[in-house]
Ligand binder design. Structure first.
Ligand code: FES
Length: 86
């Protein structure tokens, strides 16, 4: 049985200036509010969002390919995805 893969929301990360607070990172890739959760994962019930905290105002590079090993941050795994190679 194959492992369920998340949907690739985008082949590039997104840079966002975030204020301190709690955020919910989308892990299923189906949210229409990338990179954040919009509860779309509930339709399949496989993935759950990841809560993360920002301690001070800062610019972050967040993954949208959903294959990073360091969610919610981009670790450049998108460069290895066949679907993202041109
Ligand atoms: S966008 Fe997913 S690892 Fe870079």
């Amino acid at each position: 049985m194959s492992k369920q893969e998340p949907k690739i929301a985008d082949c590039k990360p997104i840079f966002l200036d975030l204020e301190p607070g709690e955020y919910w990172y989308c892990r299923c890739g189906r949210s229409q509010n990338q990179p954040f959760c919009d509860s779309s994962h509930r339709e399949e019930g496989i993935f759950s969002p990841l809560k993360f905290e920002v301690d001070r105002a800062r610019r972050l590079k967040l993954c949208r390919c959903k294959h990073t090993g360091t969610p919610p941050y981009c670790d450049r795994s998108h460069l290895e995805l066949d679907e993202c190679k041109e």
